[in-house]
Design a protein around this ligand. Sequence first.
Ligand SMILES: [Zn+2]
Length: 192
Amino acid sequence: MKEEEKKYWALAKNAEESRILHCTNEEMHERHMFVWSSLSCRYETKEELIAGQGIPEKPCVECGQVFGTHYYEPVKQRLLENNICHTCDFWRSKLEIRNNPSSVRIKGTHYIIAPDNPNRNAFRGFGGAEFNIRFNDGRLVTTHNLWCQGDIPKRFRERLPDNATFVEVRHTERDKILEKLIPNAKSDDTAE
Ligand SMILES: [Zn+2]
């Protein structure tokens, strides 16, 4: 058999699904069989793939997809114990904090409000940009340390429903910039 005809085994996934691929190198890398966004290393046999990637017998209890558990401890142990893939495990952890005041869901995207850090050299979400967030319970929070975890998968949307909206701050931001540019500028009614 020519080298380019030889078939390999690998675990591939994209945002929607995961698949065990059995195909040639070219088919794998040209994405002939499946449009993957991440790909495991390739194996000669299916048994080696299953052992190497720690693929459990049963699919993920949340998404029903085949999954690997090739992660550091204690993550690996948790995935095996719960028979859950890494992505669903991540979103389950967001379920656990859904009633936490720092959990923000806007238009199906998940954010966390981290404490504002006065240290200007610290890493801050969105580079320290200001966000005003109106929660459905009436709270209005201004943060300079908002972190985005990405779009909530459809299967978690009902359990992680929207709980807030962004409040438009363009005018406030514009006023601040104007203040810096023209420090003595006053509005007409206060001018002498
Ligand atoms: Zn899953």
